[in-house]
Design a protein around this ligand. Structure first.
Ligand code: CAA
Length: 260
C-alpha cells in the first residue's frame, strides 16, 4: 500500500500512520483526505492483524494545522463548502467508528481540522509542545469536521464556546486539565505511553474492544448536529468574509471582515 501523503509502517502489531506534509504543517488537503478514507475503509486490511493505530504528524512542529487553506479559494469559487464539510465528517466517522483503537500522538499544532481529527481518535496523547484550537472564525467560517459537536463532548459548553468564538489556542497542559487529551508528556515518553496503551488494549479480547468503541460512541446519539454543522459551514463558505479570510491567510495579513 503506498500513499503520497500518508506513511504506513507496521511494527509489533502497531500501525504507525503518519500524515506526511511537514512543509504545510501536515494540513489536510484533498488528497490526504482521500488517502485517510482509503486507509480506514479498506487499506488497513493490508496491515495484517494489528492491535491498533498510532496516528501522528511528520516533523516536530505539527500534528495537523487544519484543512489546507490554500485549497479554500477554490471552495469559495465552487460554492461546495457543504460537501467539503460532509466529506471531512465522513472520513472522521470512519476513524471514530474504527474497530481497533486509534490513538492520536499529538506532536505540535492540532488546529481546526487537526484538532477535529485528534478528537475523532479514541485516545489522545500530547507532547508538551502540542497546542489545540478551532481557529476557523479567523477565516470567516466555522469548524466543519465535527468540531462544534465533539469539542463539547470533551470540554463542555463554556470552554467550547470560548475556543470556537475566539479562535484562541490552548497548550497541552491546559488541554490535559480540560480533558481534551488523556496524557501530556515529554516527546519520547508520549510516544511510549501511546504504544503502551495500544499494547494493553491489544491484550484484551478484540470483540470486546470493538464493541466497547461502538457503545461508548453510541452514548452520543444521532448525527443531526453534524448535519447542521455541514449546512452552516456551507453557508459561511459562501460569504465574502470567507474569501477574505482565506486570502488574508495566504497573503500573511490580517483579515478585514465585513459581515457579508
Ligand atoms: N493550510 C495550508 N497551509 C498551511 C496551513 C493550513 N492550514 N497551516 C500552515 N500552513 C503553511 C503556511 O502557509 C506556511 O507555508 P509557506 O511556507 O508556503 O508560507 C507553512 O505551513 C508554515 O506555516 P507558517 O509560516 O504560518 O508557520 P508559523 O509558525 O508562523 O505559524 C500556525 C504556524 C500558527 C499553525 C499558522 O500556520 C496557522 O495559523 N495555520 C493555520 C491554522 C488554521 O487556521 N487552521 C484551521 C484551518 S480551517 C479548517 O481546518 C476548516 C475545518 O474545520 C473544515
Amino acid at each position: 500500500m503506498s500513499y503520497n501523503n500518508l506513511l504506513v509502517e507496521v511494527e509489533d502489531r502497531v500501525v504507525f500512520l503518519t500524515i506526511n506534509r511537514p512543509r504545510a504543517l501536515n494540513a489536510l488537503n484533498d488528497q490526504t483526505f482521500e488517502e485517510l478514507r482509503h486507509f480506514f475503509s479498506t487499506g488497513y486490511r493490508e496491515c495484517g492483524d494489528f492491535h491498533g493505530v498510532l496516528l501522528t504528524g511528520a516533523g516536530d512542529r505539527a500534528f495537523v494545522a487544519g484543512a489546507d487553506i490554500k485549497e479554500f479559494l477554490d471552495v469559495a469559487e465552487q460554492g461546495n463548502g457543504e460537501q467539503l464539510s460532509r466529506r471531512g465528517q465522513e472520513v472522521f466517522f470512519l476513524i471514530e467508528r474504527f474497530h481497533r483503537p486509534v490513538i492520536a500522538l499529538v506532536n505540535g499544532f492540532a488546529l481546526g481540522g487537526g484538532c477535529e481529527l485528534a478528537m475523532a481518535c479514541h485516545l489522545r496523547v500530547a507532547t508538551e509542545n502540542a497546542s489545540f484550537g478551532q481557529p476557523e472564525v479567523n477565516l470567516g467560517i466555522i469548524p466543519g469536521y465535527g468540531g462544534t459537536q465533539r469539542l463539547n463532548q470533551y470540554i463542555g459548553k463554556g470552554k467550547t464556546m470560548e475556543l470556537i468564538l475566539t479562535g484562541d489556542r490552548i497548550g497541552a497542559e491546559e488541554a490535559h486539565r480540560l480533558g481534551l487529551v488523556n496524557y501530556t508528556l515529554p516527546r519520547d515518553e508520549a510516544r511510549e505511553k501511546a504504544l503502551e496503551l495500544l499494547r494493553v488494549i491489544g491484550s484484551k479480547g478484540p470483540v470486546a474492544v470493538a464493541q466497547s468503541i461502538r457503545l461508548v460512541n453510541a452514548y452520543y446519539g444521532g448525527d443531526e448536529g453534524f448535519h447542521a454543522e455541514s449546512a452552516a459551514f456551507g453557508e459561511t463558505a459562501k460569504t465574502e468574509d470567507f474569501r477574505e479570510g482565506a486570502s488574508a491567510f495566504i497573503e500573511k495579513r490580517i483579515a478585514n471582515f465585513r459581515g457579508k
